[in-house]
Structure formats: structure tokens, C-alpha cells
Design a protein around this ligand. Structure first.
Ligand code: NAP
Length: 157
């Protein structure tokens, strides 16, 4: 299982239910990496995105048994998600869902923005988390004044 997330310098990922920054090149990369696969997200992240992602099997985690979305499956627990997975899956967040699924993931696609934003939600700092190591780093890129790079981490154990 994979996860994909964009973080700022402090591994911040969100502010008041939204992302602190949106990078078009990064969203295109996410689309390319996840196309044809299963994507798993929390109900709040789904609300932020606003609709199911096309060309992908969408799974939304919610405790609300009445929550239904055309074009997506709603699961009420981690176990239900795990039991329904049949191929390569990407965890799309947010913070609570990353925390729940991190231990099942062996690969993390991190977009690291070289700026500090105002944030209220964080991802784990994989640089200090046991078992995770950097395996690939891109060149620095730039969009609208933001400098960022792609770092791939893998979990060895
Ligand atoms: N920078 C990035 O790459 C990135 C990516 C994704 C998200 N984000 C940001 O992360 C923030 C959202 O994170 P979040 O942690 O607040 O919300 P979230 O993980 O997106 O969604 C939380 C919701 O998921 C459901 N849920 C969580 N655990 C569950 C469980 N064990 N069983 C059943 N349902 C469960 C609940 O839905 P119900 O309330 O319906 O029960 C819960 O309220 C936003 O700011 C968003 O923009 C950033």
C-alpha cells in the first residue's frame, strides 16, 4: 500500500479543513500516479476535494452509516477498507487516515515544499520515524514562487 501527501517544512498538511497550498504540477503527478488504482480518503478530505476522483476506485472512510456518494464506496472502519482492497491502493489522507493506514504502507510519495505555512494538521516526520528511508529525491521545482521537490520513502521493516 502507498500513501501520497504534500507537506511543508514542518510536515504540515492542512489548515481549517483545506490544504495550505495547492500546486498544479503536484496535482497532475498525483493524478498520474493514482490513475486506475484505488484511492482511500477520510470524509473531510473528500469534502475538500468535492467529488470522487475520475478513473479511480474511490473509498471514503466515515462513521456515518447514512453518508453516501455516487461514484464512491463508503467504509466504516479500517478493517472494512482492508477487506475490500483488491490491488494497489493509495492513501490520500487526511491526517487521521494517514495515521490509521501508515503501518500498512510500504511506500510514501512526499511532495516537500520548501516554505513554512500556517497549519493546524501534520503528517508524521518520516525523516525520524523508525523503518522509513528516503530512496529517491527529485530536483527542486518551482511553481508560482513555491520551491518543492518529490521525495520517495520506503519502509524497510
Ligand atoms: N497536504 C496534503 O497532501 C493533504 C492531503 C489530504 C488532506 N489534507 C488535509 O488534511 C486535513 C483533513 O484531515 P483530517 O484528519 O481532519 O480529516 P480526514 O482524515 O480527511 O477525515 C476524517 C474523517 O474520516 C472519517 N474517519 C476517520 N477515521 C475513521 C475510522 N476509524 N472509521 C470510520 N471513519 C473514520 C470520519 O468521518 P465522519 O466524520 O464522516 O465519521 C472523520 O471525521 C485537511 O486540512 C486537508 O486539506 C492534506
Amino acid at each position: 500500500m502507498n500513501l501520497i501527501v504534500a507537506v511543508d517544512l514542518s510536515w504540515g498538511i492542512g489548515i481549517q479543513g483545506r490544504q495550505p497550498f495547492y500546486i498544479k504540477k503536484d496535482l497532475k503527478r498525483l493524478r498520474k500516479l493514482t490513475m486506475g488504482k484505488t484511492v482511500v480518503m477520510g470524509r473531510k478530505t473528500f469534502e475538500d476535494i468535492g467529488k470522487p476522483l475520475d478513473g479511480r476506485r474511490n473509498i471514503i472512510l466515515s462513521n456515518n452509516p447514512n453518508f453516501q456518494v455516487d461514484g464512491a464506496e463508503v467504509c466504516g472502519s479500517v478493517e472494512e477498507v482492508l477487506a475490500s482492497l483488491d490491488g494497489d491502493a493509495f492513501i490520500l489522507g487526511g491526517a487521521s487516515v494517514y495515521t490509521l493506514f501508515l503501518r500498512f504502507c510500504t511506500k510514501a510519495y512526499i511532495t516537500k515544499v520548501q516554505s513554512q505555512f500556517e497549519v493546524d494538521t501534520y503528517f508524521e516526520n518520516l525523516d525520524i520515524l523508525d523503518g522509513w528511508q528516503e530512496v529517491e529525491v527529485s530536483e527542486n521545482m518551482e511553481e508560482d514562487g513555491l520551491i518543492f521537490k518529490y521525495i520517495t520513502y520506503e519502509r524497510a521493516y
